[in-house]
Design a protein around this ligand. Sequence first.
Ligand code: 4AD
Ligand code: MG
Length: 462
Amino acid sequence: MIRSTVKELFAGGKLNEAVLLKGWVRTRRGNKKVAFIAINDGTTIHNMQVVADAEKFPEALLKQVTTGCSLSVKGRLVESLGKGQQVEIHAESIELLGACDPEVYPLQKKGHSFEFLREIAHLRFRTNTFGAVFRIRHALSFAIHKYFNDKGFYYLHTPIITASDAEGAGAMFRVTTLDLVDPPRDDQGKIDFGQDFFGRSTNLTVSGQLEGELGALALSSIYTFGPTFRAENSNTPRHVAEFWMIEPEMAFYDIDDNMDLAEDFLKYLVRYALDHCKDDLDFLNNMIDKELLERLQFILENDFVRISYTEAIELLEKSGKQFEFPVGWGADLQAEHERYLVEQEFKKPVILTGYPSEIKSFYMKQNEDGKTVRAMDVLFPKIGEIIGGSQREENHEKLLKRMREMEIPEEELWWYLDTRKFGTVEHSGFGLGFERLLMFVTGMSNIRDVIPFPRTPKSAEF
Ligand code: 4AD
Ligand code: MG
């Protein structure tokens, strides 16, 4: 007999047919005569109710049917008289696949805090909330590939180990096979990375952008979707040290084309979730965040506001608000400023452009004013920055000058500079933080709860 999933049975199970179901017990209730066993197999948020007549099964078996155990059930699919479900299974045979001792199983019926569940991240998939979150994570990964494939973008795999620091931020994890106790040293006593595995010093990538640009400057439009790593010591609900980033890069796109794409892409993903993850979103809306669905709908219905950094600073100064971090032209915006603009000033997503060159990366296209660059950050309610991107400086001389000013080692990026020498063209791109997107779509307020195994300062369990 072929196993059916809970999802299949709810979607198209035929009444009175014999079925085989396997899964984990969520709850068991009942009386001396009959047991009601709720089984979940992760294919949907819904449980299948299995009804077992006590007289048909050995008492010893039913005793072992406790929360968390795994069962294989054969029975008949029948219309349910109980509230909340259309069908249920009347059990004819029950096999205990794996017992689960209720004395030690940490996931009991009562609700657990997300902090506690993070400590048992190996088991939290079995809760309704994390089942929903990780099904949505899957659906949106798929939607991202679909969106770009349908638009003619090519998926480019950029390296995970790299010798360059794309953002010039200096917060990187080193990759080495050198003996850390007694590393080889050069004449000056410095560690000799010439003897390291790659014959040079290497790190985990902070962004695939620079290599992505190389691809776009031949294939027209590419995107990356892979893990990125940042060794910043930021213990916030919006930062992890290992996160997944989607980075499209497009030749012949200016900053306006780039903003149009970012807005269309985000709306597509929100719509995709609403269309394909309804049960999970309904659950999260009921249990986690009562305004979730409203907020998602709101993204679809509104044009994003597009203003310059300079205008944003003026608005923040005029707001009369006491911010923790001072506001002033030239200072980077903090989450509190971003959220003020989105949640209070405009009540819409905001795209900020024209940031001071001093607070942005070397590769951004310089504006004529000599002070600002064609950067763009997309700011979302509850999240703040969800996307960071820019038009890229395609002029070789200007780029080289800026790299020298910012002490970016040009000899290491000779290949990047080459593209500006050989048939350079206008181009743009951006990076969407996948976990930030998931926070927005699921309503989860801590980034650690939208990635299966979060990596944060002092924490790399599992
Ligand atoms: O703004 P960022 O640093 O931009 C780049 O890396 C560019 N190279 C992207 C590009 O133009 N191709 O990062 C992009 C996005 C942020 O807007 C944020 O959503 C996310 O990546 N992000 C993080 N997400 C989780 N944890 C962190 N530590 C993050 N740092 C950035
Ligand atoms: Mg950024």
